[in-house]
Design a protein around this ligand. Structure first.
Ligand SMILES: [Fe+2]
Length: 314
């Protein structure tokens, strides 16, 4: 049994030497400022959580991730794990309580509870017709504006680890992640990537909240945010392109998880993904072990480019 079953992802925490530049990027990426202090930037999406991205002022670094606990009792339980902090009051915008842990590669994992929720930001999106269902938008015109995507929520985080087995086992044990799919190369015991989802019992959740990659270095591969829908990813792509940001991979449709995806780097090379339309599974779905040599490309889209393969931000 894991120590807890995390209820949801909360936010990614980075460091950057220029909060104005990071805020400009994240705004162009489709987030909205929730708060900003002299030393940190808090960005939100259209959903209710107070923020889903934190940037602290400092030398560029991936600090870690945060997840929401289902209950205050879960924080108590985690605080008794060796090396964990006590239950702390969060002295930051959004408030709440937390326990801080350190993963096997030295990155911080915050487990939070009671963070403020804001009014969701209303967003009207047109229905999309298909050949077999062409009247979803009866009498209405498809009109969306050019500009940034509309980030809805924090969907998943991806880390590379040189301590792959240990790191994967640690996240599963602490946070209750459940295996969806794994890739192996050569021998079946040589797992090179593991997709894991939240465990909410019979409730359906995204195919993965946590993807762990075997690597010769450790760090953040990417933070991934759900956009409003497929057109929202497309419009956001053109917006980021027009602003001259570094494109990393996309647009395409993943095989594993099935998301339509698009990846962009912030001014310090930290990769942020837009996606829409993922597979959802519940805890009853069994894990799969897949031969990496059988191909990992989705049905269409740009193959993974060298700039993205093996990427890890320390
Ligand atoms: Fe992703």
């Amino acid at each position: 049994m894991p120590v807890i079953k995390a209820f949801d992802l909360a936010y990614g925490r980075l460091r950057a030497p220029d909060l104005d530049r990071e805020e400009a990027f994240l705004t162009d990426f489709g987030m909205v400022r929730a708060d900003r202090t002299k030393t940190a930037l808090y960005m939100r999406g259209t959903d209710a959580p107070h923020h889903l991205h934190v940037t602290e002022l400092g030398e560029p670094r991936y600090v870690g991730i945060a997840v929401h606990a289902a209950s205050p009792e879960d924080l108590d339980r985690l605080s008794r794990v060796e090396g964990a902090s006590a239950v702390e009051t969060i002295d930051e915008p959004g408030g709440g309580k937390r326990v801080r842990l350190t993963d096997p590669d030295g990155y911080q994992v915050e487990v939070v509870h009671g963070m403020a929720r804001l009014d969701p930001i209303p967003l009207a999106r047109p229905a999309v017709n298909s050949g077999s269902d062409k009247f979803r938008r009866k009498g209405e015109l498809f009109r969306v504006e050019r500009g940034p995507s509309h980030i809805k929520r924090f969907g998943h985080f991806v880390i590379m680890s040189k301590n792959f087995e240990k790191t994967l086992a640690w996240y599963r044990e602490m946070l209750g992640f459940r295996c969806s799919d794994e890739f192996y190369m050569g021998d079946k015991s040589n797992v090179v990537g593991s997709f894991n989802r939240l465990d909410r019992g019979e409730d359906y959740v995204d195919h993965h909240a946590f993807f762990c990659i075997r690597g010769d270095k450790s760090g953040l591969n990417h933070l991934s945010y759900e956009a409003a829908d497929i057109d929202d990813v497309m419009v956001g792509h053109e917006h980021l392109q027009g602003k001259g940001y570094q494109h990393m991979w996309g647009i395409g449709r993943h095989l594993i998880g099935s998301q339509l995806f698009d990846y962009w780097a912030d001014p310090w090379g930290r990769v942020h993904e837009h996606w829409a339309d993922t597979d959802v599974l519940n805890a009853l779905a069994p894990p799969n072990l897949i031969d990496r040599a059988s191909g990992a490309d989705g049905p269409w889209g740009q193959p993974i480019p060298p700039i993205f393969r093996g990427h890890a931000s320390p």
